[in-house]
Write a protein that binds this ligand. Structure first.
Ligand code: NAD
Ligand code: ZN
Length: 371
């Protein structure tokens, strides 16, 4: 067990298992949770072909009844339509309140299967088995589940805590390089908002981190980055304050994802551009200085995260931020850097500062080189 997360307001807590080979402990985890009914493994076609057999065999070996539901892969399927198809299938399979949803996949599956678990029959037990770096350090932790609308990302969702999170870092071995890199954007984000030690590790060990050739070191990196998220969601489980800092880079990042068309630019790369732009807003209004902007650009470029973007206009990016769900009373809460390891949240940002950051992105978009 890496950590035990308590959410007193929900009167729940859950164990988070991290490290190499922890998947083998799945039978022990489900028996300690008292999962009596069917375990429905929800996954996508990519993860199904790589890891579903292992998970199903482990569950069956433990004498558990299983079912498998597999969806097409990609952000463009994180929709109410996919949720509806899943509900219909669950009802045809006669899934009941005693049954459990096991989300096996990246953030898309975790958010979608989690949303289905939160709502089907008013709630089924949920176990996260995250298989991407994004999911292991970020989306499987903290209980946010959601689907996208065409108006914006994650606009329909809930806070729904899992019963357990089992994050086996060995599963990351099959991740394509670009997914690994996209996940490193969230790891860098965690360093910038809270953990200078993590930043030092990322700067010092860039080759090893990008090369993924030392599984034990990678497991350490993942656990450290996940630890940042765990600390923050424990402090503020329902995002009333501190937790907003996790959205660093996400306001313009989400705008990029939406304007490019969901699935066209990976979440992590969009967030990297969003962080680069947020730092410019920070320098513009004075939360940080230009040396921070340069340092962060350097780190993001060293990790190959500021990839080529399809043509985007500043106006469309600005219009898309207006839909950002974090805007309250039409004011966007901007998460802006102060320096390494520290950010601040403010709604007091001039339109000129935001416009120039959106123009900075737009000016660099449309070069056509795929990332
Ligand atoms: N709920 C939250 O708090 C939270 C936090 C961060 C991100 N998110 C959401 O997470 C989503 C992004 O997640 P993601 O980056 O994991 O994307 P993803 O789920 O689309 O996975 C990326 C790709 O990797 C494949 N894949 C997954 N595991 C694999 C493995 N082990 N080996 C090989 N291929 C594998 C998938 O099939 C997919 O094609 C976004 O929708 C974002 O909004 C949610
Ligand atoms: Zn994110």
């Amino acid at each position: 067990v890496l950590r035990h997360i308590e959410v007193p307001a929900d009167r729940v807590g859950y164990d988070v298992f991290y490290g190499r080979g922890v998947l083998q402990r799945l039978p022990e985890v489900i028996s300690s949770l008292g999962c009596l009914g069917t375990i429905v493994v929800c996954t996508d076609v990519n993860v199904e072909s790589l890891h579903a057999d292992t998970v199903l065999a482990l569950l069956r070996g433990a004498g558990v009844k299983t079912a498998l539901w597999s969806m097409p892969a990609g952000e463009q399927f994180k929709t109410l339509d996919s949720a509806r198809e899943t509900y219909d299938w669950l009802s045809r399979e006669s899934i009941e309140r005693v049954d459990t949803i096991l989300a096996l996949g990246g953030g898309v599956i975790g958010d979608l299967a989690g949303f289905v678990a939160a709502t089907y029959l008013r709630g089924l037990r949920l176990i996260h088995v995250p298989t991407t770096l994004v999911a292991q350090v970020d989306s499987a932790l903290g209980g946010k589940v959601a689907v996208d609308l065409s108006a914006g990302k994650n606009l329909v969702g809930a806070f729904y805590q899992p019963a357990a999170v089992v994050a086996d870092t060995d599963l990351l071995g099959s991740l394509p390089d670009c997914e690994w890199r996209a996940g490193l954007a969230e790891v860098i984000k965690h360093g910038i908002i809270r953990d200078t030690g993590l930043l030092e590790l990322l700067e010092r060990d860039r080759r090893r981190v990008l090369g993924r050739d030392d599984p034990a070191a990678m497991a350490g990196l993942v656990a450290r980055a996940a630890g940042v998220k765990i600390d923050i969601v424990e402090e503020d489980p329902f995002e009333r304050g501190t937790r907003r800092i996790l959205n660093y880079g996400h306001t313009l990042g989400h705008a990029i994802e939406r304007e490019a068309g969901y699935g066209a630019v990976r979440h992590g790369f969009a967030v990297a551009w969003g962080m680069a732009a947020a730092a410019r807003i920070g320098a513009h209004i004075g939360t940080c200085d230009s040396s921070f902007v340069a340092w962060q650009d350097h780190l993001l470029n060293d990790y190959g995260l500021l990839i080529a973007l399809p043509r985007l206009s500043a106006d469309s990016l600005l219009a898309a931020t207006a839909w950002d769900k974090k805007s309250a009373n039409r004011r966007i809460h901007w998460v802006l850097p102060i320096g390494r390891g520290h950010v601040t949240v403010t709604a007091d940002v001039s339109d000129a500062a935001v416009r120039s950051a959106a123009e900075w992105i737009a000016d660099r978009s449309g070069s056509g080189i795929p990332g």
